[in-house]
Design a protein around this ligand. Structure first.
Ligand SMILES: Cc1cc2nc3c(=O)[nH]c(=O)nc-3n(C[C@H](O)[C@H](O)[C@H](O)COP(=O)(O)OP(=O)(O)OC[C@H]3O[C@@H](n4cnc5c(N)ncnc54)[C@H](O)[C@@H]3O)c2cc1C
Length: 406
């Protein structure tokens, strides 16, 4: 099999990239090891800034057919204090910046995958990545996949894209993946039925971790528990309800909301979560989405990062395919776009993670944010991705923020 671009992994990064390139007339193969729709551990909150990316793919109307729940902001609680922030519509930014969405990931990701196929990408379901193909000089020229029957399938490609998520085997084989030891976390994920649903995502902070919860389509309430992996030693066998109940004792607000509700699915676990990569572009190969560097679930920005990265990479690969002599410059453009847009956001999210280790800091912040809603709105609007940490350096931003409608 021959193509211009082989995309490995059909999550938001891989499917939206495949869509953009196929629509541009390029020969794209999109492969995933799972049959779709497939389950994906996630808090299932889409930040407001995801919407224009879906619009560019012509999928904004499709999203509405999934019946997503509007999310107007975030409620953050912990150590006896609670604050609620709303997404503000700052300056001349459009009205959609005032709400994100809660939607089941298997349905959302299927929308994106089907969009890529409609745009002309060739779909290889249940094809697992095995290894890269390299020419004598070391350049990547394709990959070997394994189909559901166990047969190896060789795909020759001018570019191979690793969009295979946080445990990326492509990144591992390119030799650039490392674990982030201080963020060595594990997540448990499920959904509940029968919870009074609110238009706010919730974060309940605990010593060493947090619960994140969002109302999603189908009147379900998506709940994640994220804790250090070493905490797993304290569980007895597979009694996940007992394990979660012990953590719920430190999150009485959430425990109260779940009281009397029915767990609609089993608990499913995923970890370790935090990986970094030391490089994202290589001769003939590129990484995008979580495969290029993991985004902590605390601020609910991973899907936005994946959609942003796919757009920037789509532009770079289209340029490199049109003019192979300019590929170094095209890929430098992709790296620069990631660094500019995602670098400060990742830094902010990891700084928050470090701050959470100090209960007195969290309590002090939440008490101030409860008294001064603008502070809560600012933090929440930043995590909604429609404003950037860089904006905080401009006096005009502060004038617009004060005047902004929540
Ligand atoms: C517990 C948790 C909660 C989260 N909550 C949120 C949230 O509320 N909001 C938010 O925006 N982000 C959240 N995130 C982050 C978000 O889920 C990711 O950032 C996002 O899914 C990244 O998209 P992706 O396309 O890069 O990877 P993925 O969505 O992980 O897709 C990767 C795809 O690659 C496929 N694949 C993997 N290995 C192979 C292989 N060897 N061969 C072929 N295919 C392969 C997988 O089957 C999968 O379909 C959360 C993450 C976790 C772990």
């Amino acid at each position: 099999m021959h193509c211009d671009v082989l995309v490995i992994g059909a999550g938001p990064a891989g499917s939206s990239l495949a869509h953009r390139l196929a629509r541009g007339g390029h020969g794209v193969v999109l492969a995933d090891k799972k049959p779709f729709p497939r389950w994906k551990p996630c808090g299932e909150f889409l930040s407001p800034q995801c919407l224009p990316y879906l619009g560019e793919l012509g999928l904004d109307a499709g999203l509405q057919t999934l019946g997503p729940r509007l999310v107007q902001g975030m409620q953050i609680g912990g150590y006896g204090a609670t604050a609620r922030g709303r997404f503000r519509q700052v300056g001349d930014r459009p009205a959609w910046t005032r709400a994100g969405f809660g939607v089941r990931r298997e349905r959302f990701d299927e929308l994106l995958r089907a969009g890529a196929v409609d745009a002309g990408a060739r779909w290889l379901e249940r094809h697992e990545y095995v290894r890269l193909l390299r020419e004598a000089g070391g350049r990547v020229v394709g990959a070997v996949l394994r189909d559901s029957g166990g047969a190896e399938v060789t795909v020759h490609a001018r570019w191979v894209v690793g969009a295979d998520g946080v445990h990326s085997h492509v990144a591992r084989d390119l030799g650039v993946q490392s674990l982030v030891p201080w963020l060595d976390q594990f997540a448990l994920v499920t959904r509940y039925r029968g919870v009074a649903l609110r238009p706010f995502a919730e974060v309940h902070l605990l010593p060493g971790g947090f619960f994140a919860a969002t109302a999603v389509d189908g009147d379900l309430f998506s709940v994640n528990l994220v804790v250090p992996r070493r905490t797993l030693r304290t569980r007895s066998g597979s009694d996940w309800d007992g394990f979660v109940a012990r953590h719920l004792a430190a999150a009485p607000g959430l425990a109260e909301r779940l009281h009397g509700a029915e767990r609609a699915e089993r608990w499913r676990g995923v970890g370790p979560l935090a990986h970094d990569t030391s490089a994202q572009t290589f001769p003939g190969a590129v990484l995008v989405g979580d495969a290029a560097g993991y985004v902590d679930p605390l601020t609910g920005e991973g899907v936005y990062f994946a959609l942003f990265g796919a757009r920037a990479l789509g532009e770079a690969l289209a340029q490199a395919l049109a003019d192979p002599r300019g590929e170094a410059q095209a890929l430098a453009g992709y790296r620069a776009a990631r660094k500019r847009e995602l670098g400060p956001r990742l830094w902010a999210s990891r700084t928050l993670q470090r701050a959470l280790r100090h209960p007195w800091l969290v309590r002090g912040f939440l008490r101030r944010a409860a008294r001064w809603p603008s502070l809560a709105d600012l933090v929440v609007t930043l995590t909604g991705d429609s404003i950037h940490p860089r904006d905080l350096l401009r006096p005009s931003f502060w004038r617009a923020f004060r005047a902004a409608a929540a």
